[in-house]
Write a protein that binds this ligand. Sequence first.
Ligand code: HEC
Length: 128
Amino acid sequence: MQKFIVILGAVCIFFSCQSEKKEKESVTIGGKKKEMSLADQGKKLFNDKGKCYTCHKLDKKSIGPGVAEIMKIYKEQNGDIVAFLKQEAAPIVDPQSYSVMKTNFALLKTFSDEELEALEAYMQSVGN
Ligand code: HEC
């Protein structure tokens, strides 16, 4: 009987180790996936945390210029979205309406560099 309990214990330990290993593996896969789809992360930030969609439609002007339009101008002028979002670069799309866009910088200050890069990747994926 004692032997049986020891074996049962060993089996339990074995399986719990297995499942722990599995968990770690899926986290790594998740991490890789995250890196691969920077644009997907950006899409989420654009629509959730950033609420950018309230002023930026993808293909047409609303309160702000459409994303495709922004990206066209950024491509032509070799602009740097991340620098703009960090207030390190001046507006090049519609400087006259800059005061409206400026209201977002308080929120954008809470974004990490990676999050800003994700936003840029998403906007680029829309522009293409
Ligand atoms: C309250 C409305 C509003 C919201 C919300 C908003 N924008 Fe804007 N955005 C504007 C307006 C208006 C312009 C045009 C003025 C300008 O070009 O700076 C603009 C311009 C821009 C530009 C072009 C800047 C340039 O060089 O001229 C980028 C890039 C941009 N927005 C990104 C974002 C991102 C990313 C978010 C979400 C974090 C966001 N915007 C949220 C109104 C908004």
